[in-house]
Design a protein around this ligand. Structure first.
Ligand code: DHB
Ligand code: MG
Length: 216
């Protein structure tokens, strides 16, 4: 019997463990067609988020930074049928695209507008089980402030792009990364690395993924 051929480790993992829905494929391909797939989560990261949501029995999830809705679809796939996900997007063009892709997803609510204002309005729905921060990198600190108040003990705070295009661990200037963003992201990871407050790890994905369980 001939074995299937795999091109590399990731291809192997994806073929065995990652089954995108047709809608997930459609969303990822739309981003790729516009050369924006670097902004989307990778499929195996999506499956990881889904697994994490399920492991903690998440019923209420917040995502900051919808883009086209790819990660929202993965996170929602880890919810029970009664679960809800709110995904926040400031950019009107991205929000319009996401709204189209997510229109039949009755567990997902797209909230368009500035995330700080949206978060304030969502507070009555809390506490939340999981927050996924994947938006403007300069505001990760203020999003974490909010998450510390509104994620339940035992819930998860997850941040994407926590390498900040390698600026977090390199000392030299990185093109397109402002020094303020570098300081913000270093502080974000530093806070989540505190073992008295979080059980946490950072995974060396292409962009860096920090995963922290809130202990307080
Ligand atoms: C960018 C944003 C992201 O969230 C990401 O994962 C990769 C790139 C960006 O703004 O370039
Ligand atoms: Mg990202």
């Amino acid at each position: 019997m001939t074995q299937p051929v795999f091109t590399d480790r990731l291809d192997y993992i994806r073929q065995l463990f990652v089954a995108e829905t047709p809608l997930m494929q459609q969303v990822r391909q739309a981003a790729a067609a516009e050369n924006q797939d670097n902004i989307s989560l990778h499929p195996e990261e999506g499956q990881l988020l889904s697994l994490l949501a399920r492991l903690i029995g998440a019923e209420k999830i917040i995502e900051i930074g919808t883009f086209y809705g790819y990660a929202a679809l993965w996170l929602a796939s880890g919810l029970p049928p009664t679960g809800q996900l709110w995904t926040l997007e400031k950019d009107p063009v991205r929000a319009a695209r996401a709204r189209m892709f997510l229109q039949n997803e009755n567990q997902i609510t797209l909230v368009e507008g500035d995330a700080h204002a949206s978060l304030a309005r969502l507070e009555p729905h809390g506490p939340f089980d999981l927050i996924f921060i994947d938006a403007d990198k300069l505001n990760y600190g203020t999003y974490l402030d909010w998450a510390e108040q509104h994620v339940r003990p035992g819930g998860l705070i997850i941040g994407d792009n926590t390498f900040l295009f390698d600026a977090v661990w390199k000392d030299e200037p990185i093109a397109r990364v402002r020094e303020t963003a570098r300081h913000t992201m270093r502080a974000f990871n530093q806070r989540l690395a505190d073992p008295t407050r979080y059980k946490s790890i950072m995974l060396p994905t292409a962009e860096g993924l920090t995963i922290a369980q809130k202990l307080f």
